[in-house]
Design a protein around this ligand. Structure first.
Ligand code: SF4
Ligand code: SF4
Length: 388
């Protein structure tokens, strides 16, 4: 995600407003146009069971989603994946989104886009490019992504984005295999002319959770990286804005995951399932509506999955009586589910959780391992172990 924008007031939705649990429209919609991607990053936020190409929404269905999103009051569309540029109809989707008045952000790994195509997308109304990098060390980047020649293509894309005078964010997922290169990653973002750099310590869901023991940095490495970011923030004031995502395992209190469940963001999978967050399918008992058979506004306001953990009424102690209940909303439901076995528990990233000590100990044990396990690469067909 990028810019934080003030949340828009809820418009009138006719009968959909009948039982509003949420007084506001979502700010952003993450549209996973496809799960296809030429890269195989072992921390990918896509689910372990990737959706197949023959289940993807059609061009017309995505265009309808864009129009409905604008009617709902959504401000930003994040066109994501997988790799969204592998969809040949990306232009048709961007055009409709821009005409509907949405701010469009393309989240790309930058290895499949051509100069002509970027120019066309810009002319059709694309507002912003968010380019992900694996590392600035070429060999290491290729090892992490299981893709050859990616870095040179990303540099090229960065140059075209500048040439077309578009805003650029660099997204750098950080883990034990690239954390030492953080100063060079910052230099790379400056060299690319990016306005913003996301130093995104890995969040351990989906493929990243599967690969946690291979990816976890030590606390000392994380603390050093925080110092590097603080120093660079000062030095690069007015040049580069930093988003620094703290790893949950070394935090004291959790982040308000997705800004609070069902509060600011919706996620649509390639086949049209509407989720409160990209990992929500790991929480049992939730029913996910599909844009193929229910209006987006109705799903947002009344969908079972959105209502399940919206607000604070579902909370147990210690969240229930905590003064931070409406600040962090108890953290992440998916992380609570994965680590404690109950999605209604306090996120174990919180120091008040009875699971917190075990959570921290897990990170310390895994990060101290001199020989971490090989990556399990992200690919269609499930998370079977693949040799490096
Ligand atoms: S994280 Fe890597 S594998 Fe996943 S969509 Fe992005 S580039 Fe592709
Ligand atoms: S107890 Fe719950 S609400 Fe309080 S800080 Fe921890 S996660 Fe947040």
């Amino acid at each position: 995600m990028n810019e934080i924008v003030e949340i828009a007031p809820l418009e009138e939705f006719g009968e959909a407003v009948a039982a509003p649990q949420c007084a506001r429209a979502p700010v952003g919609l993450l549209a996973e146009l496809t799960h296809r991607c030429p890269l195989q990053c072992p921390y990918c936020s896509n689910p372990l069971e990737l959706e197949r190409v023959n289940t993807e929404l059609t061009t017309a269905e995505w265009q309808d989603v864009m129009r409905q999103a604008a009617e709902l009051g959504i401000l930003q569309i994040h066109l994501s994946g997988g790799e969204p540029t592998v969809r040949k109809d990306l232009e048709d989707i961007v055009e409709v989104a821009a005409k509907a008045g949405l701010y469009t952000n393309l989240i790309t790994a930058g290895v499949t886009l051509t100069r002509d195509r970027l120019k066309k997308l810009k002319d059709l109304g694309l507002d912003h490019v968010q380019l992900s990098i694996q590392d600035v060390d070429e060999e290491n980047a290729e090892r992490i992504s299981a893709y050859k020649g990616g870095l040179a293509k990303k540099r090229e894309l960065g140059q075209w984005v500048r040439e077309f005078d578009m805003p650029l964010t660099i997204n750098a997922p950080i883990h034990r295999h690239n954390i030492k290169n953080l100063p060079r990653i910052i230099d790379f973002a400056v060299e690319m002319g990016a306005e913003r750099l996301e130093v995104a310590n890995i969040q351990y869901y989906a493929w990243a959770l599967k690969n946690r023991a291979a990816l976890m940095p030590t606390r000392a490495e994380f603390m050093k990286s925080a110092e590097i970011v603080e120093e660079a923030k000062e030095r690069l004031k007015g040049i580069l804005v930093f988003d620094f995502v703290v790893p949950d395992y070394y935090a004291k209190t959790p982040k308000p995951c997705m800004g609070g469940w069902g509060r600011g963001i919706m996620n649509i999978t390639p086949s049209g399932k509407v989720l409160p967050c990209h990992a929500a399918e790991t929480v049992p008992g939730l029913q996910f509506d599909n844009v193929r058979n229910r209006r987006l506004a109705d799903i947002w306001l009344n969908g079972q999955a959105f209502e399940a953990y919206r607000g604070t009424s579902w909370m147990k102690e210690p969240c229930k009586s905590c003064p931070r209940a409406e600040i962090d909303f108890g953290g992440c439901r998916c992380q609570a589910m994965a680590f404690t076995g109950d999605a209604a528990n306090t996120d174990p990233a919180c120091k008040f959780s009875p699971y917190h000590a075990a959570f921290v100990a897990t990170a310390e044990r895994e990060s101290a391992e001199a020989n971490p396990p090989n990556f399990i690469y992200r690919r269609v067909g499930g998370a079977s172990k693949t040799p490096e």
